[in-house]
Design a protein around this ligand. Structure first.
Ligand SMILES: Nc1ncnc2c1ncn2[C@@H]1O[C@H](COP(=O)(O)OP(=O)(O)OP(=O)(O)O)[C@@H](O)[C@H]1O
Ligand SMILES: [Mg+2]
Length: 280
């Protein structure tokens, strides 16, 4: 089967010299239609950078990205923007909804990026809005919506141009457990029923349960973690056991990486690291 998305030997470095950050190093991957893939890894491991490169929002220093057989990396800005609009739906953690537009207008926004597509998209919008349970909210502005509703608008907007590839960065990050499960099921549906490729960066266990494959990134490299995808450490502030691979709150102090159970513990540590760092 031809993969919808294929990436070969991607690398990306920010900055240079002593301050160089190797955000992505030699990453290769393929995603088939109908597949739901998860990218996990500690904070700063390069997940957002990789997703941005896969979606043609950022250029890699080296390596090749192909989408449905077409090489993204070989395209100029104009052609790349059009390919992105046709073939890729993005769901961002921060929703990125436009405050001046209502739900329906936000969802239809990407349709304007494809010449001659708007009238058709308008017809498709109603069933899509219905599918996402937003019919009664279609004239509401983003500030009037709950977090879950905003997230569903972001998913609908990603689908309006009927793209074969969906990329999502922490799509359930701000949702409570019921809404989060709903969006997780929706993304699953979008992969399976619509036969789209879905790539999700997430720390969310609920999505882990429905993924076909999990790719673990560590320091910008894909690491083979078929065995035990956990690495337990102690939160130096409260002493709680924390999984380094999913911890949201992390800090470096004297060349040691610490992980925290919460933003609270993280803040207390950063305010006075010498107090909490174990002395060796
Ligand atoms: N525009 C940039 N300029 C310089 N460094 C950057 C830039 N974007 C990201 N980085 C660095 O590259 C590394 C990878 O960042 P990235 O945002 O991809 O991590 P992440 O895995 O998405 O982290 P998180 O889970 O916290 O969202 C980090 O060390 C980050 O500081
Ligand atoms: Mg990120």
């Amino acid at each position: 089967m031809t993969p919808i998305l294929s990436a070969t030997n991607l690398s990306k470095t920010f900055g240079s010299g002593d301050s160089a950050v190797h955000a992505v190093t030699d990453v290769s991957l393929q995603v088939q239609p109908g597949e739901l893939i998860l990218i996990k890894g500690p904070s700063g491991s390069g997940k957002t950078t990789l997703l941005s490169i896969l979606g043609g929002l950022m250029r890699a220093d080296t390596g090749v990205v192909s989408l449905a057989g077409q090489e993204l990396t070989a395209l100029g800005e104009g052609a790349l923007a059009e390919l992105r609009a046709r073939k890729i739906g993005f769901v961002f953690q921060a929703y990125n909804l436009l405050g001046a537009l209502n739900v329906e207008e936000n969802i239809l926004f990407p349709a304007r990026l494809i010449p001659g597509h708007y009238a058709k998209a308008r017809q498709q919008a109603a069933p899509l809005i219905e599918r996402l349970g937003l019919t009664h909210r279609r004239k509401a502005r983003p500030h009037q919506l709950s977090g879950g509703e905003k997230q569903r608008v972001a998913v609908a907007r990603a689908l309006i141009n009927d793209p074969p590839l969906i990329l999502a960065d922490e799509p359930t990050g701000n949702l409570d457990s019921e809404r989060g499960s709903e969006v997780a099921m929706l993304l699953h549906d979008i992969a399976r029923k619509d036969n789209r490729a879905v790539v999700i960066v997430t720390h969310d266990q609920r999505i882990e349960d429905i993924a076909d494959r999990i790719l673990w990134l560590e320091d910008g490299r894909i690491r083979d973690r078929k065995q035990e995808p956990h690495e337990w450490t102690r939160d130096p502030v409260c002493g709680m056991r924390v999984d380094r691979w999913v911890a949201r709150n992390v800090a470096d102090y004297e060349d040691v990486a610490y992980a925290f159970c919460s933003a609270d513990c993280h803040e207390r540590f950063v305010a006075d690291p010498a107090r909490f760092a174990p002395t060796s």
